[in-house]
Design a protein around this ligand. Structure first.
Ligand code: URA
Length: 434
């Protein structure tokens, strides 16, 4: 088999068979196929597409390019969740303890933040001592004991995706449905859960800029998951503004704890209940969505979801006291309110812009090796459609120095678009694909 023939076949819009797909995934992962040939093939896939069978074959070949996690030692139904990436997205910190408190096992591998988007692993490290690098054996033991464990991605999981994603990033080949589907689903399938729920973001702050594109991606993700034998559901949600109010690691942990304490945080609470209801119904712990949401609400009211977060933190070596007293979370030296210079209604908040402010304050990484400051970030006081008076606070900046706070405050103001006429908030949950 020749790589040039495979590239030419896809260039001409033909379908690749399973052997050809296996050949280029193996060859690229072990270094026999160079970056320049893989780049050409990725661009041909982006331009000519792949049908569902090709996408499934690509996903399975990538999944088997490295280790797969064997979760057979865990009793009960295991769920996993993935989001296509967003700003202020602390959903996993709420959803995972909540569904674990309701009896579904959570064995989850999460990522670190890169660029303007955050990662669950960094956020969890806001709890002093929390270890996200425990062994596979401890991971499984913790899930059996407490019902939940969350770790960083192991080094040899899906090496094909690690190489391909880095290449896509620098060859303008990220926004392709078959490439995104195979990238996400190969990692999820290698992680071994029975139920996979996906939060597919639509809007300016995400890969899929509109609802139609997000729906196409969600449909393909679900189809590939189902064909691979997993119960898979996708929820399509709006990402035209940050999710919730807090952006920044410890600040997001604090907001997650507020939700676990039963406080309503608008769309953030809505999303956690929706994703949780998908998991409980797929796990057959609830007959329908309404019943599932009532079970989940109870876990918030009776404190069992919050206690489950404390158990998670403790079982991975962290200090759980901060779960009950958020004053113990990392705190920034400087806090600065950002008053609005205009009166009106919030029309838009640039999610990627706010994410970038948090990153530049030290809360995110420019490269994988950067050290981050867990305490910095932004807490919004106004969200889309809120009325705002001149001089009223748009948000608060949390920074290391007064100088950095001032610069961030000016940028935060620029992220807000204020309209003189009332604004109708777009629907947050745009659809559910099962
Ligand atoms: N997230 C992934 O893991 N892969 C993609 O291709 C896009 C988003």
């Amino acid at each position: 088999m020749l790589m040039t023939d495979i590239i030419a076949k896809k260039r001409d819009g033909e379908k690749l068979n399973a052997e050809e797909i296996q050949y280029f995934i193996n060859g690229y992962t072990n270094g026999d196929i160079p970056d320049y040939q893989m780049s050409a093939l990725l661009m041909a896939i982006l331009l000519k597409g792949m049908d569902r069978e090709e996408t499934l074959n690509l996903t399975m070949a990538m999944m088997h390019s490295g280790e797969t996690l064997d979760l057979s030692g865990i009793d009960g139904v295991i769920a996993d969740k993935h989001s296509t990436g967003g700003v202020g997205d602390k959903t996993s910190l709420i959803l995972c303890p909540m569904v674990a408190a309701c009896g579904v096992k959570i064995a989850k591998m999460s990522g670190r933040g890169l660029g303007h988007t955050g990662g669950t692993i960094d956020k969890l490290e806001s709890f002093a001592g929390f270890d996200t690098g425990i062994s596979d054996e401890e991971f499984i033991e913790n899930v059996n004991k407490t019902g939940i464990s969350i770790i960083g991605q192991t080094a040899n999981l899906d090496p094909a995706d690690k190489k391909m994603y880095a290449l896509r990033d620098v060859t303008a080949t990220v926004p392709s449905v078959p490439l995104i589907v195979s990238s996400i689903m190969s990692k999820k399938l290698a992680s071994g859960a029975d139920i996979i729920v996906l939060d597919v973001k639509a809007g300016a702050g995400s890969f899929m800029k509109n609802e139609e594109e997000a729906r196409e991606l969600a449909t393909e993700l679900v189809e590939v998951g189902k064909r691979a034998g997993k119960k898979t559901v996708a929820v399509i949600t709006d990402m035209d503004e940050p999710l919730g109010y807090a952006i920044g690691n410890a600040l997001e942990v604090e907001e997650a704890i507020e939700v676990l304490n039963g406080e309503d945080r608008g769309e953030l609470s809505e999303l956690c209940l929706e994703l949780g209801a998908c998991i409980l119904t797929q796990a057959q712990l609830a007959e329908n969505e309404e019943q599932a949401k009532a079970i989940l609400q109870k876990s918030l009211v009776d404190g069992s979801a919050l206690n489950k977060l404390a158990e998670l933190v403790k079982s991975q070596g962290g200090c759980p006291d901060a779960v009950y007293n958020t004053e113990l979370l990392p705190k920034s030296a400087v806090q600065l309110e950002v008053p609005s210079l205009q009166e009106g209604y919030v029309e838009h908040i640039a999610a990627d812009g706010v994410g970038l402010i948090s990153m530049q304050l030290g809360g995110g990484r420019a490269t994988k090796e950067s050290e981050i400051d867990l305490s910095v970030g932004v807490v919004l006081n106004k969200k889309v459609a809120d009325a705002v008076k001149s001089g009223e606070s748009l948000g608060t900046v949390y920074a290391k120095t007064a100088h950095e706070a001032q610069a961030a405050a000016e940028k935060l103001r620029e992220c807000y678009k204020i309209s003189s006429t009332p604004v109708i908030k777009p629907k947050f949950i745009k659809g559910i694909i099962k």
